[in-house]
Design a protein around this ligand. Structure first.
Ligand code: OSB
Ligand code: MG
Length: 361
């Protein structure tokens, strides 16, 4: 992989979110992340985005840790043409893998979607709405995104903000495709509080229990009719196989960062497809760089459900790339240019940069 690599640069960016995003693990008002820029011998570039957040609350990774493991371990090994030997840090590893793949595919003139085996040129889009203090605000947001054509609306929940807001949304929008995401906020014992959600015709209940509670999810899935969709739990193809075979979930959310990159995401795709488990591509409020990779992944045949592949303007006033848009029918075009098919727009990137460092061989 190191052939033709002159250097790799880390670029940390911060973009204000249009609306703060509250989940059961915290509130984000900015999107801050590390971008990886692989530089070829001929000044060619490849980009990848690390999906870690500011604090280790969704998973154990966070931006400062990702910066160091990339700078001091993953990148030096890669530039030396050595295996990295790094355990963990899947989001950091995935960002580097995508940047190297983008560089390689640009040289070949092949899009990431076709490299991965994509079969669609547009993908269905959902939106993920944060916890709102006021139910009226939530209802207004749901209406706005349904009117814009989004094909599924996911509502974040936590203890104290669950059955009441979700029932209000269901009452106001009887036919809307709705789901909920608890980000691991319940235990099997406290999950009785959300059993009434089972009567609200949800598409699925995402990650109700802690990420390592496979037995809990198996038990809860036996008790409820709504499918459980796992997010945080699915860290590898091996875990995915166990979760599917043991009945811990009926749907899987695939995130490139969480599973450690494209290779592992493809393994999960293939085994879930074989097992007829529907997939969708999750999101981490990505900039256009991470979004391009997500949308390419969503073009594969196993991704049959709408992903958290929302338009750039759902998150940011100004993305670092040209904005991704959702058409009136709730579909988003898959980039068809070489590699990711998008690059940072220089002045938009400059406006967002808060730190950079280059690593040479
Ligand atoms: O659990 O899917 C999640 C955002 C940050 C961290 C975790 C999650 C999310 C989202 C937003 O739900 C999805 C998106 O629009 O990118
Ligand atoms: Mg989730």
């Amino acid at each position: 992989m190191s052939a033709g690599l002159a250097a790799i640069e880390l670029v940390r960016v911060r973009l204000p979110l249009k609306r703060s995003f509250r989940t059961s693990f915290g509130t984000s008002t900015n999107k801050e992340c590390v971008l990886v820029r692989a530089i070829g011998a001929d000044d060619a570039e490849g980009w990848g985005e690390c999906t870690a957040m500011e604090a280790p609350r969704y998973s154990g990774e966070w931006n400062d840790g990702a910066w160091l493991v990339l700078r001091d371990h993953l990148i030096p090994a890669t530039l030396a043409g050595q295996p990295t030997g790094v355990r963990g840090h899947p989001m950091a590893a995935a960002a580097l893998e995508v940047a190297l793949t983008d560089l390689e595919l640009r040289a070949k003139g092949v899009s990431l979607a076709s490299h991965l085996g994509g079969v669609r040129d547009r993908v269905p889009c959902g939106v993920s709405l944060g916890i709102e203090e006021r139910i009226d605000d939530l209802l207004e947001l749901v209406k706005r995104f349904l009117d814009a054509g989004y094909r599924r609306v996911k509502l974040k929940i936590e203890p104290g903000h669950d059955v009441e807001p979700v029932s209000a949304v269901r009452a106001a929008f009887p036919e809307a495709p709705l789901s909920v995401d608890a980000n691991a906020a319940y235990t099997l014992e406290t999950s009785d509080a959300i059993l009434p959600l089972d009567d609200l015709a949800l598409e699925y209940i995402e990650q109700p229990l802690p990420e390592d509670d496979l037995l809990g999810h198996i038990e809860l899935q036996r008790r409820i009719a709504s499918p459980i969709c796992l997010d945080e739990t699915i860290t590898s193809a091996r875990v995915a196989r166990g979760a599917v075979e043991l009945g811990a979930c009926r749907i899987i959310n695939v995130k490139l960062g969480r599973v450690g990159g494209l290779t592992e995401a493809l393994r999960i795709h293939d085994l879930a497809r074989e097992a007829r488990v529907p997939l969708w591509v999750g999101g981490m409020l990505e900039t256009g760089i991470g979004r391009a990779a997500n949308v390419a992944l969503a073009s594969l045949p196993g991704f049959t459900l709408p992903g958290d592949t929302s338009a750039s303007d759902r998150y940011f006033e100004h993305d670092v790339t040209e904005p991704f848009v959702v058409d009136a029918d709730g579909m988003m075009a898959v980039p068809d240019g070489p590699g990711l098919g998008v690059v940072p727009v220089p002045d938009r990137l400059e406006a967002a940069v808060i730190d950079r460092v280059s690593v040479w061989p």
